[in-house]
Design a protein around this ligand. Sequence first.
Ligand code: 2AM
Length: 179
Amino acid sequence: MSSARRLFFSLPLEPTLQNEIVHWRAGAFSPESGKPIAAANLHLTLAFLGDIGEQKSQALQRVAGRIAQKRFTLIFDDLGHWPRPGVVWLGIKRCPRPLLQLAELLRSHAARNGCVQDFRPFHPHVTLLRGATHPVSIPPATPNWAMQATSFSLCESLFEKGRTRYRTVEEWPFHEIEQ
Ligand code: 2AM
């Protein structure tokens, strides 16, 4: 019997954008604001699946492979702080419909496969800092990064040598015509 893996559907960020965010973040937040997330780990979670076995994972991979989605553009133009989970995030003021539809679809398939979903509405965000449980000064100037979303992926969260790393299990490209 295979053991469970901690999995989630993710919208990956291009490495150039990951690096740009990390560069900006270094000047935008003081070191005591929270623990910075490594560049390669910056992503947008579409649906969190939790610790699941191979059978459920395979079923969800089959479903994900049947999703037809065109490329779309995202504008990261919002910043916020959730003190309870201690998260400082980069977000999107106006969530594009294709992103919302994709997340809702994945979340409903996840729920139907027994992965309990958060009852709160989908709030697209990229976690920038963790452990931010004290008040954080959010920079007044909001970034404005545009990114074309070209794929989504299933990722495994691994904790190795005291560090979290996300491994791509499978990735599905979007169609090339932009919506
Ligand atoms: P976060 O960045 O807002 O913490 C991998 O852990 C990804 O799954 C992270 O992006 C994390 O979102 C998200 N995640 C972890 N636990 C979660 C949960 N219980 N519900 C929803 N998303 C979760």
